[in-house]
Design a protein around this ligand. Structure first.
Ligand code: CIR
Length: 250
């Protein structure tokens, strides 16, 4: 059962963040509304919200997922792969430290939280433009005493591993076709090619949140017979962000 979430309000400079999306600049008012709707959705699913202020000079800082990994036993402060985002990790550390003992990744490791998918005691780590093998290795060393194994996975497309695979149940994964083999053994919901963005869903206390505008994925998820909530993520998507990126949940 998840009980807490840490989020950060998008700053006025959110349009200055990193992106490859080519969908235009986000509308700030709409971005704030979408963020607020997201936060209220988490709250309504039982999470107590810790909401941080925008971080001056760091337009991507509301993508808090990339800055820390939350486990029941400890938290890991990451070392984000984009140099422009690196200071975000130390900025969130004092807040995370109020909930968990901290471990830290150090140079030469780079790792974004968006590249880490934890399923039970397995941590799948995407090797991507942001996360390197040293990041996966350091994480494995930190997690080993707690009984987790780290499994590196080459990220096939998109920014992060969780751009292409997320959980929608204890052993249910929503994923793109390209990752089917890596995640053989799990029940799989494969998103259609043209709906690849919808592979990033958020499973919170038995409810699945998914982005608006992906009807074929929605129809497939209805087969899970779990409560579903559809959230408009249009402005977040313009900055290469998705549902999981916007919070740390634990
Ligand atoms: C970036 O490029 O770092 C941000 N504009 C988007 C980060 C999205 N984070 C995530 O998927 N976990």
């Amino acid at each position: 059962m998840l009980t807490q979430a840490i989020v950060r309000t998008p700053g006025l400079n959110a349009a200055d963040g990193l992106t490859t999306a080519e969908l235009g600049a986000p509308d700030h008012a709409r971005l704030l509304t979408q963020h607020e709707t997201y936060v209220r959705a988490l709250e309504s699913l039982g999470l107590k919200i810790t909401q941080l202020d925008p971080l001056p000079g760091h337009p991507d800082a509301y993508f808090v997922e990339d800055t820390a990994l939350m486990f029941p036993e400890l938290a890991v402060i990451t070392r984000p792969g984009a140099a422009a985002r690196r200071a975000e990790a130390e900025a969130i550390a004092p807040t995370v430290a109020t909930f968990r003992e901290l471990a830290r990744l150090t140079s030469p490791a780079t790792l974004d939280g968006g590249d880490v998918l934890v399923v039970g005691k397995k941590a799948f780590v995407g090797i991507s433009e942001r996360t390197n093998a040293a990041g996966a290795d350091q994480l494995a060393t930190i997690l080993k005493p707690h009984g987790y194994s780290v499994i590196p996975v080459t990220v096939p497309a998109g920014l992060h591993l969780k751009s292409s695979v997320t959980s929608a149940g204890d052993d249910v994964l929503v994923l793109t076709e390209s990752l089917r083999t890596e995640f053989a053994g799990y029940r799989q919901i494969v998103v259609p090619h043209e709906e690849a963005y919808a592979a990033n869903v958020l499973w919170i206390n038995g409810t699945v949140l998914l982005p608006d505008g992906f009807p074929r994925t929605l129809a497939k998820l209805e087969g899970l017979r779990l409560p579903l909530r559809v959230l408009d993520q249009s402005e977040v998507q313009k900055m290469d962000g998705a549902l999981t990126c916007l919070s740390l949940r634990f």
